[in-house]
Design a protein around this ligand. Structure first.
Ligand code: ZN
Length: 262
């Protein structure tokens, strides 16, 4: 079955596949500006020069992101469950499989301070406590633990607000304020830019955009804040916490991002 899904080389990609068959990793390099690029195309992606050549690269890369696919599609059991995005030493990023390591997050270090994931019940009506989301509590605790940081280190917070009350749950379940304190915390101005903990500085999902898959936009705003490029920039942000939610209080993911050391 897997053969049915094998890539079909085209004139643009054939040199890549031919090299791969011979055990070499080749990408294209521009003769005009010198930069390497991927995916294959007949002109440089940076300067548009048609003076490009296929060159062998080192094969060394940094892991940028990955997913562990724990339920392979039938027929794909022999494929590594770790699908990754890597950045080659020469610059280009490409998709790959990770082989030769146990598929576990501790074996796959990322340029990310901390992360956590958790689930609660499949339905809102089955939540243990309708006023508090277990998955928020567990995933955020795991993110703080893996980052080795505490709440006082966080200078900026994004909470996926698919519904207007989610930042209230987030502030409390993530442990930034105590139970029942989030309303007053917001009313007192702590979460506005210039407050003690600016939250949802892109306007929040309900104002900015809610695509149904908003988590990426929350991450984007954190990255913009950490790069100093946000429209409502918080001064001197060093650590940003991003809290995602899935379905209706079913799943949760937390990230701790930082510009320290970059
Ligand atoms: Zn070029």
């Amino acid at each position: 079955m897997i053969e049915d899904f094998m890539p079909k080389p085209t004139p643009e990609t054939a040199p890549y596949w031919d090299a791969a068959k011979a055990g070499e990793l080749r990408v294209q390099q521009c003769g005009a500006c010198g930069r390497h690029y991927f995916y294959p195309r007949p002109f440089c992606r940076y300067c548009a020069s048609p003076d490009v050549a296929w060159v062998k690269v080192s094969g060394r890369a940094r892991l940028v992101s990955y997913v562990i696919n724990r339920r392979p599609m039938p027929g794909f059991e022999s494929v590594s469950p770790v699908i990754a995005l890597v950045e080659l030493d020469e610059g280009p990023r490409l998709m790959t499989n990770v082989v030769g390591v146990e598929p576990a997050p501790e074996n796959l270090p990322l340029d990310l301070l901390g992360s956590g994931e958790a689930t609660e019940s499949a339905m809102v009506s089955q939540m243990e406590d309708p006023g508090s989301f277990q998955a928020f509590r567990r995933s955020s605790a795991e993110a703080f633990r893996t980052a080795g940081l505490g709440h006082g280190d966080v200078g900026h917070l994004m909470i996926y607000d698919a519904f207007a009350h989610l930042p209230l749950y987030g502030l409390e379940d993530l442990g930034f304020v105590g139970r029942g304190e989030s309303g007053a915390f917001i009313a007192d101005g702590h979460t506005i830019p210039g407050g003690s903990l600016p939250v949802n500085t892109n306007g929040g999902g309900l104002a900015y955009t809610h695509t149904g898959m908003y988590g990426m936009f929350a991450i984007l705003e954190s990255v913009r804040q950490l790069r100093g490029e946000a429209a409502a920039q918080v001064p001197d942000v060093e650590v940003s916490f991003v809290q995602g939610v899935g379905i209706f209080f079913a799943a949760s993911g937390s990230l701790v991002l930082s510009n320290r050391g970059s």
